[in-house]
Design a protein around this ligand. Structure first.
Ligand code: TYM
Length: 391
């Protein structure tokens, strides 16, 4: 097939696909974000008291918006030279009963950011979004949100500094902020940013402001106070870690900011954990064969990987080996990971041996996760959902 006949890559909050590898440089250009470079990593490392997370050093979080400014303010505040406040915001759209390994990428990274930066965190569960987009009943989607919240809590977030909310419960508290965002969005903008058509239900067209609103401290009066002054709003900045598919929502947030008298949120974007079947897709909750769920048994993990992961005799680049690509996300030991890459390229270790290592790493990770998940109670959920100050 001629180069020009290649399928156009698509990256939206609902659809991620490409002919082969996703071209992340093109995404940075198309979206107008910045690459995370060595200088930014050095500044980040200097701002915190722990080593950088491997998702940063291995380029899994690869793109950002306004992180330089965020770190400058953070460093000045930490040194007592400025008085700013910061919070983290991430989320999940509850479309399945449990998270998959791809969802753990932003969640684990956010947990690390919360500890490294020592700042509060809000987590949005968009049950409304999934009700509008999928054929799922309202009661079901609300229950999925609670089940997902338990998976999220099992990632180890600090209960004193984390507020988890389900849109269908919390909507009223952020309604004024949502309305302000809705008033600032024309139908044309919504269509252009999200591809809505005449056939889309109108709930969809009004949803993006609901995901944009938590980027602003006015959406959380119990955390930041009611009726914030202009000065108070200007002193609080939100940082959003997510995979890059969610960026269109936050481009809107950044457009709204000046109208709301708030700061633009900063962003950290990750690449996608690919499907087990290979690059060109993100792992998704609907394509169950190419996905590993945090609830999968040890046998299921082994069987899925052995059935689906392709094994080539030799590879030209580490990225061509799906098992190595997955190990880049989940094998924490840098020395072992680097050696596996070298040996695989040199033909000193077989594709099957790498795949077996992946099975073991994921089984360990899932077993540890499942033990923590089994310990999460309804009382824990209540605590994380309760409206309180996080300072
Ligand atoms: P959802 O539930 O599709 O995904 C939750 C988070 O996981 C990321 N993600 C992935 N990351 C790496 N590899 C993958 N294969 C993969 N698949 C999904 C998503 O980018 C996201 O960060 N509308 C949102 C929920 C939401 C949200 C937010 C997400 C509400 N507010 C703020 C991030 C930040 C959704 O349906 O995400």
């Amino acid at each position: 097939m001629a180069e020009t006949d290649k399928k156009e890559q698509v990256v939206t909050p609902w659809d991620v696909s490409a002919e082969d590898q996703i071209d992340y440089n093109k995404l940075i250009n198309d979206f107008g974000s910045q690459r995370i470079d060595a200088a930014l990593l050095e500044k980040f490392a200097g701002a915190i008291d722990v080593p950088l997370h491997q998702f940063l050093t291995r380029g899994i979080f690869f793109s950002h918006r306004d992180m330089n400014q965020f770190l400058t303010n953070y460093i000045a505040t930490k040194a007592g030279e400025a008085k700013n406040a910061f919070y983290l915001y991430t989320g999940r759209g509850p479309s399945s009963g449990s998270l998959h390994m791809g969802h753990l990428v932003p969640m684990r990274f956010t947990k690390w950011l919360q500890d490294a930066l020592d700042i509060p965190l809000v987590i949005q569960l968009t049950d409304d979004e999934k009700f509008l987009w999928r054929d799922i009943e309202f009661d079901t989607v609300r229950q999925l949100a609670i089940d997902n919240a338990k998976d999220i809590i099992a990632c180890g977030f600090n209960p004193e500094r984390t507020f988890i909310f389900r849109d269908s419960d919390y909507y009223q508290d952020m309604y004024e902020t949502i309305l302000s965002c809705q008033r600032a969005t024309t139908m044309g903008t919504s269509k252009a940013a999200f591809g809505f058509t005449e056939e889309s239900n109108i709930g969809k067209a009004s949803f993006p402001p609901v995901q944009a609103a938590p980027s602003f401290p006015t959406a959380f009066p119990h955390i930041f106070g009611k009726d914030l002054s202009k000065k108070a709003k200007g002193a609080i900045t939100c940082l959003i870690p997510c995979a890059i598919d969610q960026d269109p929502y936050f481009r809107l947030s950044r457009d709204y900011a000046s109208k709301l008298g708030c700061n633009k949120p900063a962003l950290l974007h990750s690449v996608f954990l690919p499907s087990l079947a290979g690059a060109g897709t993100k792992m998704s909750a609907s394509a169950t064969d190419g996905s590993i769920f945090v609830t999968d048994s040890m046998d299921t993990i082994k069987a899925k990987i052995e059935k689906v992961v392709p094994v080539a005799e030799t590879v030209a680049e580490a990225g061509d080996d799906v098992s190595l690509e997955w190990l880049k996300f989940f094998l924490e030991d840098d020395a072992e990971f680097n050696k596996l890459c070298e040996d695989r390229l040199a033909g000193a270790v077989s594709g099957v041996a790498i795949r077996d290592r992946l099975v073991a790493v994921l089984q360990d990770m899932a077993a540890e996760f499942q033990a923590r998940r089994a310990a999460v109670t309804d009382e824990d959920v209540e605590k994380f959902f309760s409206k309180r100050s996080l300072y």
